[in-house]
Design a protein around this ligand. Structure first.
Ligand code: ADP
Ligand code: ADP
Ligand code: MG
Length: 653
């Protein structure tokens, strides 16, 4: 086994790898960018080295040569790449080995063979692995591709051969839309991957995404069964589980063998995943699954496999990379129980899943789950990297038990300081079709309205926030009062805002353990707060737990409601919003400014494009007008709230 390894990654996965390394007595070296000086993975490591010259991945975590030099000078013998960043970069693997270090993962050759979807499909066909019917040849002539689509039969999927993360992919329903879709897929592929080439595939109706975890020693491979990742939004996984609902022994055997064939065909070493698309229209059938791609790294959702197999996949990675044989043979591997993983993100779901940033003033997870996280309370979700806060993983003896544990764990997860997708995950966990195991990749899109419904704020939540704001939950809040004080005279009020709306909460204190809360404008509402056996009860429920940071109070019920305490002197500034100034909604990179000074625009026109957190966001005119000033240019890195474009009325000009 190694004495010391370097982890060329950050966040959740860097911390995950360190945990196992520590358990095996292996020392760890972290690397960190300018933005990550105080990050959890730096604190966890035995040693840490600053790299690069800026927070952007291209200036830090993607600097392979600098990372290798750090590993050498810090005396590490091997590099674990995590996922993302350099993990599937064969040139990096070559460079690591040229420096005399071990790359904890497959060979450069294996990564190259699976790197492009077209070549991978051709190779898999040869190895006897079923692939999605389609065209994956070299001819990229638009006419030819359109012809191929006709032959395959609509609907078809255009995919960037270099694609990943759902980018460069277009569904085409009819021949009339083909040319346009091809163009946009190629342009997205060029921007994202520097390679415009595409392949055409039959679009599977009601598809399920079922993938098989494989593990190789360079010659032989075993599989660690399947994961179902059908719960996706825009081709990005949201909740994953193992095993797949409705899986039969026969199907598992067929898929497992196909995955092992795929891995052995490229001499695979280490942990990898073979992704299949499955036509689930009438149950799982052995002639209805096809190879999609192989991810030649540890996968984000590996913990669900660990939960049902009892295998620590990172331990296997380290042992096999250190030259040991595969820790188990196929017949020694089995599954017990069921596991789910939910990806908790800092994002604003009602605003179209807009990635968010923020300082996490409070962050706790319940005991009944495994929470893999790269952040702690006090840490910041920066605009530079993936806004994932944590992966919440649960295990149960059956799928139903595991699912109810998932619901419970999500309800009891407390995050303050940023918006999150917790309520969305909770709604998914409560979805009837999901509970029945009727999963396919279209589920989320079909029921989106129902799933993104914002949890309702109750008057109890408002009263709780009021109690917190006035310090009335403090057990000694009345210590200063003398006995003669007549409580029935004690009234107080506080102004709070909830999602931009200001309201007033009034309390009549009837005694040290009794309060009545009222809300001007809602005479029908009275919330009684009383202390029973040492605990505050509001109406009939326990006072929810709360966190306060400055003027922000978060009430942890219904996935968290955030209130602001309004300083009475400052109330005027609580309202407002200037329709004339188009601001960056989050920190990001200005990709394009689409208007010039003097140009007339209408409400809803696209004024600029901002790239933040791996997504492009269009910034629209809030009203008709004339562009008075353009305050940013393409290539600018801007802060949240930065003014980008100023408009004026036609007659102001
Ligand atoms: P996986 O299959 O392991 O879940 P995906 O296929 O969803 O990963 O994504 C491909 C790669 O992109 C992964 O290496 C993952 O780290 C990265 N990735 C996925 N989603 C995001 C995101 N929202 N932001 C940044 N990186 C991401
Ligand atoms: P990426 O490299 O971006 O992860 P994949 O080829 O793995 O691309 O596909 C991503 C997702 O797109 C799959 O998980 C599935 O939901 C959907 N998908 C891919 N191929 C097909 C297909 N032929 N028919 C229907 N859906 C598909
Ligand atoms: Mg994929």
């Amino acid at each position: 086994m190694f004495d010391k390894i370097l982890i060329a990654n950050r966040g959740e996965i860097a911390c995950r790898v360190m945990e196992t390394a520590r358990a095996l007595g292996v020392k760890t070296v972290a690397v960190y960018s300018d933005a990550d000086r105080e990050a959890k993975h730096v604190a966890m490591a035995d040693e840490a080295s600053h790299i690069g010259y800026g927070p952007a991945p291209a200036d830090s975590y993607l600097l392979g040569d600098e990372i290798i030099a750090t590993a050498v000078s810090d005396g590490a013998q091997a590099i674990h790449p995590g996922y993302g960043f350099l993990s599937e970069n064969p040139d990096f693997v070559d460079a690591v080995e040229a420096a005399g270090l071990v790359f904890i993962g497959p060979s450069a050759d294996a990564i190259r063979k699976m790197g492009l979807k077209d070549a991978a499909k051709a190779l898999m066909e040869e190895a006897g692995v079923p692939v999605v019917p389609g065209y994956h040849g070299k001819n990229q002539d638009p006419e030819h591709l359109a012809g191929a689509a006709e032959t395959i039969g609509y609907p078809v999927l255009i995919k960037a051969v270099a694609g990943g993360g759902g980018k460069g992919m277009r569904l085409v329903e009819t021949p009339a839309d083909f040319a346009e879709a091809l163009k946009s897929a190629q342009s997205e592929a060029t921007t994202a991957f520097g390679n415009p080439d595409v392949l055409i595939e039959k679009y599977i109706q009601q598809p399920r995404h079922i993938e098989v975890q494989v593990f190789g020693d360079g010659t032989k491979a075993v599989h660690l069964f399947e994961r179902d990742c059908s719960l996706q939004r825009r081709h990005q996984k949201v909740i994953e589980e193992a095993p797949a609902p409705g899986m039969t022994e026969e199907m598992r055997e067929a898929m497992g063998q196909a995955a092992v064939r795929a891995a052995e065909a490229i001499g695979y070493k280490g942990a990898g995943t073979v992704e299949f698309i499955v036509d689930g229209l009438d149950g799982l059938r052995t002639d209805r699954f096809w190879f999609m791609e192989m991810n030649t790294r540890l996968q984000v959702e590996h913990p669900v496999t660990e939960a049902v197999t009892g295998v620590d996949l990172v331990e296997w990675q380290l042992r096999v990379a250190a030259g040991e044989a595969l820790p188990k043979q196929q017949h020694e591997l089995s599954i017990t129980g069921h596991a789910f993983e939910a990806r908790l993100y800092a994002e604003d779901v009602p605003k179209g899943f807009l990635p968010a940033t923020g300082a996490l003033t409070h962050l706790t997870f319940p005991d009944n789950c495994r929470a893999d996280s790269g952040v702690r309370a006090g840490d910041t979700i920066s605009p530079w990297y993936d806004p994932m806060i944590a992966k919440v993983i649960v295990y149960g003896s059956t799928r139903a038990v595991a699912l109810s544990r998932l619901s419970q764990a999500l309800e009891q997860t407390q995050v303050a300081g940023t918006v999150t997708n917790l309520a969305f995950l909770g709604a998914l966990a409560a979805h009837e079709g999901f509970a029945a195991g009727e999963v396919d990749t279209g589920l989320i899109a079909r029921d989106l309205d129902q799933l993104v419904r914002t949890p309702e704020v109750k008057f109890e939540h408002k009263a709780a926030a009021g109690m917190q704001a006035l310090g009335l939950t403090d057990p000694n809040w009345d210590a200063g009062f003398a006995l003669w004080y007549d409580y029935s005279d004690l009234r107080r009020s506080v102004s709070l805002s909830y999602q931009g709306e200001v309201f007033e909460a009034l309390v009549i204190v009837d005694g040290p353990d009794d309060q009545i809360w009222e809300f001007p404008g809602h005479p029908e509402v009275q919330i009684c707060a009383c202390k029973i056996a040492g605990h505050w009860v509001l109406s009939s429920d326990r006072l929810p737990s709360m966190a306060q940071s400055g003027n922000t109070i978060t009430v942890f019920d219904g996935y968290g409601h955030q209130f602001e305490v309004i300083d009475p002197l400052d109330r005027a500034s609580a309202a407002g919003g200037d329709m004339n100034v188009i601001e960056a909604p989050m920190p990001g990179l200005v990709k394009a400014v689409l208007v010039e000074t003097g140009q007339t625009v209408s409400e809803g026109d696209r004024l600029a494009v901002l790239e933040a957190m791996k997504m492009e966001h269009s910034l629209l005119a809030a009203r008709d007008g004339i562009v008075a000033e353009v305050l940013a240019k393409s290539g600018d890195q801007v802060e949240a709230g930065a003014a980008l474009v100023r408009l004026e009325e036609a007659d102001e000009a």
